[in-house]
Design a protein around this ligand. Structure first.
Ligand SMILES: [Zn+2]
Length: 168
């Protein structure tokens, strides 16, 4: 009786394994094709860092607004859009808006770098997306006590606090 039970269990297992693996091996190429299409269109975020920006204009603090790189009125430069995310809806129907790889989710000055590629992003690129007019102003960037006039090419770094001083 015991050996019979063992035989039945083994047979059932064998059949189950065949049923499991037969369709899997047949549909694998199709699955891979679907996956690669999904990867192209879902814009998976692989880089996610945060920097913090404070802005002063003639000594007065200027709020870095919520929605830079998300709201169309605060998304003036679209040259980096291919590294950001497209609008999508989740299973509950909630829509996540499209986002530039450089954006703000609040007015705390936190710059979110959320990119589909590992690459360097500069403060100048963020300011272009924001669309803040800087022509004719004297601009100084302070980072950890260091001052630089080359704010435009300054690479955003995770956890860094930047102070941008704009003087007319
Ligand atoms: Zn973030």
């Amino acid at each position: 009786m015991k050996s019979n039970t063992g035989y039945v269990v083994l047979s059932v297992l064998g059949v189950a394994i065949c049923i499991l693996f037969l369709p899997m091996s047949q549909s694998t190429p199709e699955l891979n094709a679907q996956e690669s299409i999904a990867n192209k269109t879902s814009n998976k975020i692989i880089m996610h860092i945060h920097a913090n920006l404070s802005v002063t204009v003639n000594g007065k603090s200027l709020i870095v607004p919520n929605g830079i790189g998300i709201n169309s009125s605060l998304w003036k430069d679209h040259s980096l859009d291919k590294f950001g995310t497209e609008q999508k809806a989740n299973i509950f129907g909630l829509i996540t808006p499209a986002m530039s790889p450089l954006h703000t989710h609040d007015s705390s000055g936190t710059i979110h770098v959320e990119s589909t590629e590992y690459r360097n992003y500069t403060l100048g690129q963020f300011l272009n997306i924001w669309g803040i007019p800087l022509q004719g102003s004297k601009i100084n960037l302070l980072t950890d006590g260091n001052s630089t006039e080359n704010y435009d090419n300054y690479i955003l770094k995770d956890g860094e606090k930047m102070i941008l001083k704009i003087e007319d």
